[in-house]
Design a protein around this ligand. Structure first.
Ligand SMILES: *Cc1c(COP(=O)(O)O)cnc(C)c1O
Length: 404
């Protein structure tokens, strides 16, 4: 066990003041949740906003409602490289996964393959994903979908509060969702948000969410405990401790369709009391770190433009898997908070073997999984950390390169 400064790979700090707001929110009960949802509606200029127990719960509810609206369609098109919670939610909603490969330069869909996938009459919706906060091209996707009866479900789990070309990510599709889990842009420890302006989707969601059970007392006690522990131990001087406890399984990604679905508890909603100010503050701090990396010549995938992309982790695609392993190994010893990203393409998840995904169709996803790692850029990364991160990714040139 190594007791020294250790960065978490991602963090949206929960402060004492948030904990107090959470407890106060719990005493106020349902009013706390309505207040949060009202603020979300104003912020996203969307008639329908719902706060639920997690991002995957949000996605499951969205998919169930879309399937109610178009029962003859049951396929959900998702990127072959994404968070394992996404296929978990599709299976939980009893729908079929249709994978589409990605492009290495954008981490967005391979549009050629996507246009073939969208020819299936069974496709219910397609899920552009702002992975790590890298904006997916929703405009182009809209063109590709055209007049087809296919919904665009925006996976903005990692992009709450992010903007791109003047639009708020998550509010650009027919319906979008966010995660407020640990390590996202903004966190209430656990939580998810659904946003839509579509009358039919919004009404159907409202009906469905009204009947959801509330979080049970045991769940509330657990989430309060987790919030307290997390708010203390996510700080770099202490993070070595939870990281050393294997039963916490920090940073691991699982496929598991069995998760609770309920409304956001008034405790978690209470911890969101200052959400807009915090999102703004965290975004500025991350942007400073992102800019420092870019100025050192480390470039993230995604669209290039004058605007600093609002990443929550900085994806770095190395030239080969050995290089990824080497960087992870050295960063681990220095406590630099590098993370290996998702372990493999969705096609390789053992529990999904019965879906018979043709492995050769998702080569880029598999290859990116083998070579991608993420660098921390969250608000708890200080200047010294940043210099170490940059130094470990861009080693000084060996001397022989300098000789004539
Ligand atoms: C985290 C995440 C989810 C799921 O959110 P949870 O709140 O963890 O359930 C879905 N999609 C992506 C891309 C994510 O990163």
């Amino acid at each position: 066990m190594r007791i020294k400064r250790t960065l978490p790979p991602a963090a949206a700090p929960i402060e004492v003041q948030d904990l107090i707001s959470g407890l106060r929110g719990m005493l106020r009960g349902g009013e706390t949740l309505s207040k949060f949802e009202k603020e979300l509606k104003e912020y996203f200029e969307a008639e329908y906003c719902f706060a639920v127990s997690s991002g995957k719960a949000a996605l499951t509810l969205v998919l169930e409602v879309l399937h109610q609206l178009r029962p003859e369609q049951n396929e959900v098109v998702i990127p072959a490289y994404t968070c394992y919670s996404v296929p978990s939610a599709v299976i939980r909603a009893r729908l079929a996964i249709r994978l589409c490969d990605i492009e290495e330069t954008t981490l967005d869909f391979d549009l050629n393959q996507l246009s073939r996938q969208l020819k299936s009459k069974k496709v219910l919706c397609v899920m552009p994903t702002h992975l790590f906060g890298v904006p997916a091209n929703i405009r182009k996707l809209r063109e590709l979908v055209g007049e087809k009866p296919i919904f665009i479900v925006e996976d903005a789990a990692q992009a709450m509060g992010a903007e791109w070309q003047g639009g708020k990510l998550g509010a650009l599709g027919d319906v979008g969702f966010f995660s407020m889990g640990r390590g996202k842009a903004f966190s209430t420890t656990e939580g998810g948000v659904i946003v839509t302006r579509d009358e039919r989707i919004g009404q159907a969601l409202q009906e469905k969410i009204r009947t959801l059970p509330a979080m049970r007392a045991t769940g509330i006690v657990r989430t309060i405990g987790e919030t307290i522990v997390l708010s203390v131990f996510m700080h770099p001087p202490l993070f070595w401790l939870p990281k050393a406890l294997p039963f916490l399984k920090l940073g691991q990604t699982f496929y598991n369709p069995d998760f609770p679905i309920h409304r956001l508890s008034s405790f978690n909603a209470g911890t969101a009391a200052r959400w807009q100010a915090k999102i703004e503050r965290f975004r500025k701090l991350r942007c400073r770190n992102i800019t420092a990396l870019i100025e050192s010549g480390i470039l993230p995938p995604g669209p290039v433009g004058p605007q600093c992309p609002d990443l929550i982790r900085f994806p770095l695609i190395t030239d080969m898997p050995e290089r990824k392993r080497e960087l992870l190994y050295h960063a681990e010893r220095q406590g630099l908070g590098f993370s290996p990203g998702y372990p493999d393409s969705v096609a390789a998840i053992p529990e999904l073997a019965d879906q018979h995904f043709p492995p050769e169709s998702f080569r880029v996803a598999k290859d990116v999984a083998a070579r991608l790692l993420t660098l921390p850029i969250h608000p708890l990364v200080n200047d010294q950390d940043l210099q170490k991160i940059i130094g470990s990714v861009c080693p000084p040139l060996p001397l022989f390169n300098l000789s004539p």
